[in-house]
Structures are given as structure tokens and as C-alpha cells.
Design a protein around this ligand. Structure first.
Ligand code: MG
Length: 315
């Protein structure tokens, strides 16, 4: 089977059952698929429970680098998901630590400069690295061109940048010194490319990709993206969860990260392996208006939500 030109909407029990027949492994984006901010998407935990009953395997992958796997694990517990263990949760802060170690071969014990929230520092520490920068209170001090942290620590082996609630001139300036140091050769990791995310009270808030691209612009450097749709991240997940790529389906609410992740990563074999849910950042109208020429953005399937899939299956 080759890729179809338009996504297929899942509308019947037969189609939903066929989906479970076709795939053995399921990858879920979190925000917009499993939950919306603090609230669970109705039916999401029951759908995951059903996968478990059917002996399917699954994992969760999110471009949010602000909090660690430990914090996500607690959130899954709080929202009533059955036994979601740390080894099947892949936030992009963990992806950064994983890729530093497994792909870039940065030795444990190395110092890593961070511009980002605590999730990055937490995961780097857990992987045996020494994070510098980040939430260091010295970086909250008044701007001073003679500030001690503007002097580069020669032992820093990589720079990781993600979303931060504490952006200020000193953090930007210190990070820039590392990006320019050694003729711009210290590896520069960006946790994700997302521009925005839906915030509370109807706001749209800046996401990690805004910070990564700001530093990319100011340092005139490209970065290694470790979030979706990075194939590096997918390779690591497939390997550590023992998924068969051809039998894996990616669930997401965003075309340029989630759907592209599944499609570029050759999930589902030649037919494709991505499913768009309309419970998050993409509306039916946006899907209808999508330029289908870029096949990497066209999902194989789409459905209102995981809750709707559950409803169809239980019908
Ligand atoms: Mg999402």
C-alpha cells in the first residue's frame, strides 16, 4: 500500500478496529491528545487502558521541555492513567540528555550550559551531567557587562536551550558566549521547534522553539533539534521501547511536529503511520485547508479525539 493523498477520517467501529489490527505500538503526544493543560481529555485514560488489555505497547512523547519525566509521571498518576512508568515518557528535556549521551557521545560528568526551565537541569543531572546556567539565581542579578558568569567555563561541552520563564538579558548574553566560543563549535541542542502553545484564559504563549531560534539568530548558528519531528528522537524511542517501526502509529494534534514526526520517521511502513486528533491545536478547517503537496504533513488518519475512538470501539 502506498500513501494516500488525503487523510481518512475514522468514523465507524470497523475502521477503529482495523486501526488496532494494523498497529501494535502507539506513540502519543500529550498536550492536545492526552490532556489539555491540567485537564485530561475525556476517554484518554480508558483508551490507553484498552490498548493495555489488547497487549499493545505505547509511549508518550512531548516537546514540552519544562518539566522532567518524574513530574510527568506524577501528572499521569493524578489524571488516572494506568501504570505509566518513567521509561515510556519522552519529554524533549529527556531527549536532550539522551541524545547528548547516545548520539553526541558527550561523556558523563561533563558540564552543560542550559538556557531553559528546570526539566532540562533535572534530566541532565539524572544522566550524569553537570548543568550550569539555567535557574542559577546569580543569573537573576542586574545586568552587568563585568558579571562573573559572562566569563566562559572552558569545561562546558554542550549547550541546551529550551523554553524558560526567566528570560533576561544576562541569561541571553551568557548563553551567547558559549555558542560563540571555540569558533562556534560547542554542540548546540534545541529542545524543540514549536513557536507557541495554547495557554490558559484563551492566551497563546511562546514555546521552546521561540527561544531556540532567538539564540540561533543571535549566534548565527544552526541547532540540533531533539524534539519532534527529529528522527534522532524517534530512533531513540523505537530502540528503547523495542517498537517495530512498521507497526507503530503516532497520535498528535500538531501537523508540523507530530504528524511530520510519524511520516518522516517512516512509521507504519509505506502507508504511513500518523493520526491527527482534532482535540488540540489543529481544527477541521485547518486540516481541510492544508496544502496536501507536502506529504510529510498529511496524516494517514484523523479523528475528533482519542475519546471518540474509544466510543467507536465500544459501540
Ligand atoms: Mg500537542
Amino acid at each position: 500500500m502506498t500513501r494516500q493523498a488525503a487523510p481518512q477520517k475514522v468514523t465507524s467501529k470497523e475502521e477503529a478496529l482495523q486501526l488496532l489490527e494494523e498497529f501494535d505500538h502507539f506513540l502519543f503526544d500529550c498536550d492536545g491528545v492526552i490532556w489539555l493543560g491540567p485537564d485530561k481529555i475525556p476517554g484518554a485514560s480508558e483508551f490507553v487502558e484498552l490498548l493495555k488489555e489488547k497487549k499493545k505497547t505505547y509511549a508518550f512523547v512531548t516537546n514540552n521541555s519544562s518539566v522532567s519525566r518524574d513530574t510527568y509521571k506524577k501528572k499521569f498518576e493524578k489524571l488516572g492513567f494506568p501504570d505509566v512508568t518513567k521509561d515510556i515518557i519522552f519529554p524533549s528535556c529527556y531527549a536532550a540528555a539522551l541524545i547528548l549521551k547516545r548520539d553526541l557521545k558527550i561523556p558523563e560528568g561533563s558540564k552543560v550550559w542550559v538556557l531553559g526551565d528546570e526539566g532540562i537541569e533535572h534530566e541532565l543531572k539524572e544522566a550524569g551531567y553537570v548543568p550550569l546556567g539555567g535557574n542559577d539565581e546569580a543569573l537573576d542579578e542586574e545586568w552587568d557587562p563585568a558579571h562573573r558568569l559572562l566569563k566562559v567555563d572552558e569545561d562546558v561541552k554542550a549547550v541546551v536551550i529550551g523554553s524558560t520563564k526567566k528570560l533576561n538579558y544576562l541569561r541571553v548574553a551568557t548563553t551567547l558566549q558559549y555558542l560563540l566560543h571555540k569558533n562556534r563549535s560547542i554542540p548546540f541542542i534545541g529542545t524543540n521547534i514549536d513557536k507557541t502553545y495554547p495557554g490558559p484564559f484563551g492566551t497563546t504563549l511562546p514555546a521552546g522553539g521561540s527561544f531556540v531560534n532567538y539564540m540561533s539568530f543571535t549566534s548565527s548558528r544552526d541547532f540540533i533539534d531533539v524534539g519532534k519531528p527529529s528522527p534522532l528522537l524517534l530512533d531513540n524511542i523505537i530502540e528503547s521501547c523495542l517498537f517495530d517501526r512498521k507497526k507503530t502509529l503516532m497520535f498528535g494534534d500538531t501537523l508540523y511536529t507530530d504528524v511530520k514526526f510519524g511520516n518522516d520517521g517512516k512509521l507504519g511502513g509505506d502507508a504511513g503511520g500518523s493520526l491527527l486528533v482534532l482535540s488540540g491545536g489543529t481544527s477541521q478547517e485547518e486540516l481541510d485547508l492544508l496544502d496536501k503537496k507536502d506529504e510529510s504533513l498529511v496524516p494517514l488518519y484523523y479523528v475528533e479525539s482519542v475519546g471518540r475512538l474509544l466510543e467507536l470501539l465500544r459501540n
